[in-house]
Design a protein around this ligand. Structure first.
Ligand SMILES: [Zn+2]
Length: 229
């Protein structure tokens, strides 16, 4: 089950940088990992169309976590493409309630109210996932030879998708803003470190982060060990 990965980078409002969606083409159609922010919906649609992804061949949308910059177009795409949305149950309340701070330790009242405005997340963008993913779940039923890793840290329900070929879609656990490293915003640092430990035992070649370009896992490990106290 070979696959092709197309990175779709979408800029975020208010100079918040950009976010990546990953469109994976398999023998059986497409799987989309994350959907970006709603501010760049037209760009995302254009990219999907250009890649040949259309209603009927998008088998699944996988969300690495529930933040608005990753789930902003999910409800819209699900409806338009007639597909399914899958994520970890621990972040489910974020997308159902439109509250990025649901089930998180941090986040004050002001941020809670501001986040939907900042990310232009409307009430109509809320949704209930069709499927909840857990550690070890196999995505080959959707044409993708990959399994789910529960990678808590950035949020409780953060997940990674690891393909049989060693491609890891890590959400915001790891990022590559100036160099590969741990994500800059962690809800639970101890959980994030445990998630990295778990990854250490996996067969990873290339990492595809939510923010920044892809990088070699080895490069991250080198940086990570150097920055360890
Ligand atoms: Zn993010």
């Amino acid at each position: 089950m070979p696959h092709r990965i197309k990175t779709i980078g979408l800029s975020l409002p208010f100079r918040l940088g950009s976010v990546n969606c990953y469109l994976i083409e398999t023998d059986d159609g497409f799987v989309l990992i994350d959907t970006g922010g709603s501010n760049k919906r037209a760009d995302l649609l254009r990219e999907l169309k250009g890649a040949g992804c259309k209603p009927g061949n998008l088998n699944l949308i996988v969300l690495t976590h529930g933040d608005f910059d990753h789930i902003g177009n999910c409800a819209f795409l699900r409806e338009k493409f007639g597909t399914r949305a899958a994520m970890h149950i621990d972040d489910g309340g974020m997308v159902e309630r439109g509250d990025m701070f649901y089930n998180r330790e941090s986040g004050n009242a002001l941020l809670r109210r501001m986040a939907p405005i900042l990310f232009r997340f409307a009430k109509s963008d809320r949704f209930k996932p069709d499927q909840y993913l857990e550690e070890g779940d196999d995505l080959s039923g959707y044409g993708l030879d990959a399994r789910v890793l529960h990678l808590a840290g950035h949020s409780k329900g953060s997940i990674g998708i690891l393909t049989a070929g060693g491609d890891l879609f890590c959400g915001d656990l790891l990022e590559n803003r100036d160099k590969p490293g741990l994500g800059s915003i962690m809800d639970d640092l101890a959980a994030a470190m445990a998630s990295v430990e778990k990854l250490r035992g996996s067969d990873i070649h290339t990492v595809y982060p939510g923010h920044g370009s892809s990088f070699a896992w080895e490069l991250f490990m080198r940086n990570h060990q150097e920055s360890d106290p």
